[in-house]
Design a protein around this ligand. Structure first.
Ligand SMILES: N[C@@H](CCC[C@H](N)C(=O)O)C(=O)O
Length: 351
């Protein structure tokens, strides 16, 4: 898909709605959204266009619908936003990594931090989730994405109320549960702490884990704790009086992401401790840069804070896009994440 084609496609994305929109009467494009509790109305309402549709516009829109169109729904979890694709009829993603990068472009595409595919289940799971980052790379897992995934499935399968699914991911089996208030609680599994499995070349410092290890970045020595939630994270609490708001994230983030100590690159979280149950973080994501939230990152932060003796196992983690509740349970060693996920709009692009 050329950038021009993408731009053109995006401009009519709202009009060429997927999932059989209520028949537009005389060119009034209305996008129905059958959301559960907390479902967005504002964004959908803003898509309603009441200008009568001209013959030229109608034929343009119909032509677009009849071409090879990719239908999508845009979701966000605390501002970490994804293009969700119903891929239940195939185990091959409907777009390539290169196309995904173009679709994620905020100027020439739809704009998103990643593209997520809802695929048939494998290994006995209800569904399989695959994701491409906005640079086209494929991570193992995405915490905010899996909450969006659960809400998207509920819409696709017309499920109301509380529901739980098993989802096969590159990080193993992940189990989200839609709660009665519309929030999604996710069993994110066990954190991985062994350096080679994360992976990092940093040597273990404490009980085979890489805790407060020294890492040279830009002439400074940072203390980092490395955790995998299926995908790699490097967590730093920085200096004693670190204020995460003061960080020049776009300068320092890439230096961590591409550091030679992280052979698969890394996500990096910069954390400020507000209290033993309240943390504040900013994230530089592998393959996506600065994002408003990172679910796996928030989980890794609580694990790192516990390993460093800075926090309790149950914390609220403030991200630029809002708070997540995270608990690293002692009895099963699993990390649980609770937070919102919402549909923003839907449409289609020609690719
Ligand atoms: N934003 C996500 C993480 C997405 C994947 C990450 N960029 C990676 O490459 O590992 C989350 O909410 O967890």
């Amino acid at each position: 898909m050329s950038p021009a084609a993408t731009a053109a496609a995006t401009s009519f994305a709202a009009a060429a709605a997927t999932a059989a929109p209520t028949a537009p009467s005389r060119g009034c494009v209305r996008l129905p959204f059958r959301g559960g509790p907390g479902a967005p109305r504002r964004a959908v309402a803003s898509m309603a266009v009441s200008t009568p549709r001209s013959a030229a516009a109608a034929s343009f829109l119909e032509r677009r619908e009849s071409e090879r169109a990719l239908h999508f729904v845009k979701y966000q979890g605390l501002g970490n936003d994804f293009i969700m694709v119903d891929n239940r009829d195939s185990s091959e993603p409907k777009v390539t990594p290169e196309e995904a990068a173009k679709l994620c472009d905020r100027n020439f595409g739809i704009g998103a931090d990643g593209v997520i595919f809802v695929m048939p289940g494998t290994n006995g799971a209800d569904y399989t989730m695959r994701i491409f980052n906005s640079d086209g790379s494929e991570p193992e897992m995405c915490g905010n994405g899996v909450r969006c995934f659960a809400r998207f499935i509920a819409e696709l399968e017309n499920l109301q109320g509380t529901h739980s699914f098993t989802i096969h991911t590159g990080a193993g089996l992940i189990i989200p549960e839609i709660q009665s208030d519309g929030q999604v609680k996710v069993d994110m599994g066990e954190p991985i702490l062994s350096g080679p499995d994360i992976p990092t070349k940093l040597l273990a410092t404490k009980n085979k884990a890489v805790v407060q290890a020294e890492l040279e970045v830009e002439g400074l020595t940072w203390h980092v704790t490395c955790v995998s939630m299926g995908n790699p994270h490097c967590v730093t609490f920085g200096a004693k009086d670190l204020k995460v708001d003061d960080l020049k994230l776009s300068e320092i983030g890439p230096k961590f992401e591409h550091h030679q100590m992280f052979p698969a690159r890394t996500n990096t979280e910069f954390v400020q401790v507000l209290s033993r149950s309240h943390l504040k973080m900013r994230v530089w994501e592998r393959g996506a840069g600065a994002t408003l939230a990172c679910g796996t990152g928030a989980c890794a932060v609580v694990v790192a804070a516990v390993l460093e003796g800075r926090a309790e196992r149950k914390c609220v983690v403030d991200l630029p896009g809002g708070p997540l509740e995270i608990e690293w349970r002692e009895d099963d060693n699993h990390v649980y994440m609770t937070g919102p996920a919402e549909a923003v709009f839907y449409g289609s692009v020609v690719h």
